[in-house]
Ligand binder design. Structure first.
Ligand code: SF4
Length: 606
């Protein structure tokens, strides 16, 4: 007979999720303050998880439904939901974490556990460099974990964890974090199928917090030599997408044409200019980035081949031609970044100076052009192994994406340089549909076409990519006002660069004629020399809040996301459908909406 847990798991994995459940965020962050309650939830979760299918990663929705099923018989309600979801994911992964050698695990600790007053530790690029002085649990946990062979970081933030996982040195995470941080990590870490166990901090105060120490020590020491059930994971594909850009693999897959060594002239080493140009292009291709587009291609190809790469020990190798096609997708992306940086005169990319700042605008334009050519050649040179028709179809889609991306960028630049800054939401959405979506479409299509016939998927891929890409652009708009971890740290940069954002369009449409005029004037003067950038950003921010643009944009993200998910609902086989759900969840990571407090401060200060 099917148990409740089996039925739930089956229902939530087979049925297509519509939207990520809206969690009452205040409730999500509440940890039961009585230890007996925490123990009872954990015991109930352990019992519940015995029958849960562990072959597929958890989804946010399935975890929430299971948490509700656990809490009901205990007579506990929504206030314990977030905590119970963490307990569930811990139990789901416990066996698999225990089977991973200690030296392949990362211990992640929060700096807010430290003794805030007397801590002698300092911060470096990896986080807090704990001196293990013994004044707080951070040192105790670190000592124990390092004795066993763990790598330990006293840091927060999903990007650094993902980077470490994708680099291939770590296979599991054992952590301590507040529910606030754990909620943010949910989509990126858990849905990717990364084994992890987290002990929640008892509060989210960010200062002198505490935790159930015995639970942390227990999670650090978990060890079993017998591997448990293996959950499907995208980590191997993320690693494959990353490894293609590391030397010597990159040069093996895409051999360099210019091997001329440097020659000595009058005692100085002079490198052949052609080889130098090529090596700058290869360096830039290898540098930084999330590799999300090549991942999409490889994962799509894999999904349509039965998803063997999602199993850790399948021994399945992705063909080189598929890897090269995925590299092609990245070369177009990288070329667009070089050209974008010139167009916006950005100073930094991946934490170092942009190519045009280092080598000059002319050379940088040329490097971008070179990368585009390299991308096309990555596919055309494999036409024999791929089959001429397959290669031609992929090249056609790449060319199509190239044209659409240029159209989107061109429309944006023309608007930026125009005197009239009028903009409708339709105008903004049209541009958005041409910005990220074509690259997503090309990446997915290439994966499908590499695996076989693509005709029956073509429309779905275009529609899915458009909805995900537009939602992604709107999220970028919102992130610009809260700052993010990627390249923008100062809010309001889109205003100063005079970008035609959806937020601006919503504000223009939702403001009185007088405020609309003021907004148009502010945007038109944002790039003028001598204007006070802080003042302009603060005033635009105020007008955006007055027009409620952040809430409106947030609702639009939900709408485009729901459309993408409903398109995925119909997709067969299951492996491809699950990948599309994963892409929606991982690409459309929502930031917290900007808060209005800063505006009040600005107004008071005026
Ligand atoms: S144990 Fe580490 S984190 Fe804690 S107070 Fe000492 S140096 Fe700071």
């Amino acid at each position: 007979m099917t148990t409740v847990a089996e039925a739930l798991t089956e229902a939530t994995t087979e049925r297509a999720p519509t939207k990520p459940p809206k969690l009452n965020s205040a409730a999500f962050k509440e940890v039961p303050q009585v230890r007996a309650v925490r123990d009872s939830i954990r015991a109930a979760v352990e019992k519940f998880c015995k029958t849960v299918d562990k072959s597929k990663p958890l989804t946010r929705e399935s975890t929430k439904e299971m948490a509700e099923a656990v809490l009901k018989p205990l007579g506990l309600g929504e206030s314990c939901l977030g905590f119970t979801m963490v307990m569930l994911t811990n139990e789901f992964w416990r066996e698999q974490v225990a089977a991973i050698p200690f030296h392949r695990r990362l211990m992640l600790l929060p700096h807010c556990l430290k003794n805030a007053e007397g801590c002698p530790a300092e911060y470096d690029e990896l986080g807090l460099d704990c001196k293990k002085c013994g004044a707080c649990e951070v040192g105790d946990f670190r000592t124990k974990a390092e004795e066993l062979g763990y790598k330990v970081l006293v840091s927060e933030g999903t990007p650094i964890v993902l980077k470490i996982i994708v680099s291939g040195h770590i296979d599991a995470i054992v952590g301590v974090a507040c529910l606030n941080v754990l909620e943010k990590a949910f989509d990126k870490v858990l849905l990717a199928g990364i084994p992890c166990i987290a002990t929640p901090l008892l509060s989210s105060n960010c200062k002198n917090t505490s935790v159930d120490n015995d639970w942390v020590f227990e999670s650090i020491s978990l060890h079993t030599p017998v591997p448990g059930a293996k959950t499907k994971t995208y980590v191997h594909l993320m690693r494959a997408a990353n490894a293609m850009f590391e030397e010597p693999e990159l040069t093996r897959l895409v051999p360099k044409a210019r091997q001329t060594p440097a020659t000595a002239v009058a005692g100085r080493e002079v490198k052949d200019p052609l080889a130098r140009h090529e090596s700058i292009a290869y360096d830039f291709l290898a540098r930084g980035g999330k590799r999300s587009r090549p991942f999409m291609t490889l994962a799509t190809y894999d999904a349509l081949k039965g998803a063997p790469a999602t199993l850790s020990d399948s021994g399945w190798e992705l063909p080189d031609a598929a890897k090269r096609a995925a590299i092609a997708i990245e070369t177009f992306h990288k070329a667009s970044l070089v050209h974008d940086d010139i167009e916006d005169d950005d100073a930094y990319r991946y934490g170092v100076e942009t190519l045009h700042r280092v080598h000059g605008v002319g050379t940088a334009i040329n490097l971008g052009d070179y990368l585009i050519g390299l991308g096309y050649r990555c596919v055309s040179r494999d036409r024999k192994s791929l089959g001429a028709e397959t290669a031609a179809d992929i090249l056609d889609k790449l060319a199509d994406a190239h044209i659409k991306l240029s159209e989107g960028q061109g429309a944006e630049l023309l608007w930026r340089d125009a005197k009239n800054k009028a903009l409708t939401t339709l105008d903004a959405l049209k541009i958005y549909a041409l910005k990220t979506s074509p690259a997503f479409e090309a990446a997915l299509y290439t994966g499908v076409r590499l695996a076989g016939e693509a005709t029956s998927y073509e429309k779905m891929i275009a529609d899915f990519s458009r909805n995900v890409g537009v939602a992604f652009q709107i999220l970028n708009d919102i992130k610009d006002w809260v700052g993010d971890d990627d390249n923008k740290l100062v809010s309001g940069q889109d205003v100063l660069a005079a970008r035609p954002t959806l937020l601006l369009a919503l504000a223009l449409e939702g403001s009185s004629p007088a405020l609309r005029e003021e907004l148009l004037h502010l945007i038109a003067s944002a790039r003028n020399a001598g204007t006070d950038a802080d003042e302009i950003v603060a005033r635009v921010r105020h007008l955006y809040f007055a027009a409620k643009v952040f809430e409106k944009a947030d609702k639009l993200v939900d709408k485009f996301r729901a459309k993408a998910e409903s398109l995925a609902d119909e997709v067969q086989p299951t492996e491809f459908r699950e990948l599309l759900y994963y892409l929606v969840d991982s690409v459309l990571e929502k930031p917290e909406l900007p808060r209005q407090g800063v505006v009040q401060f600005v107004e008071l200060g005026k």
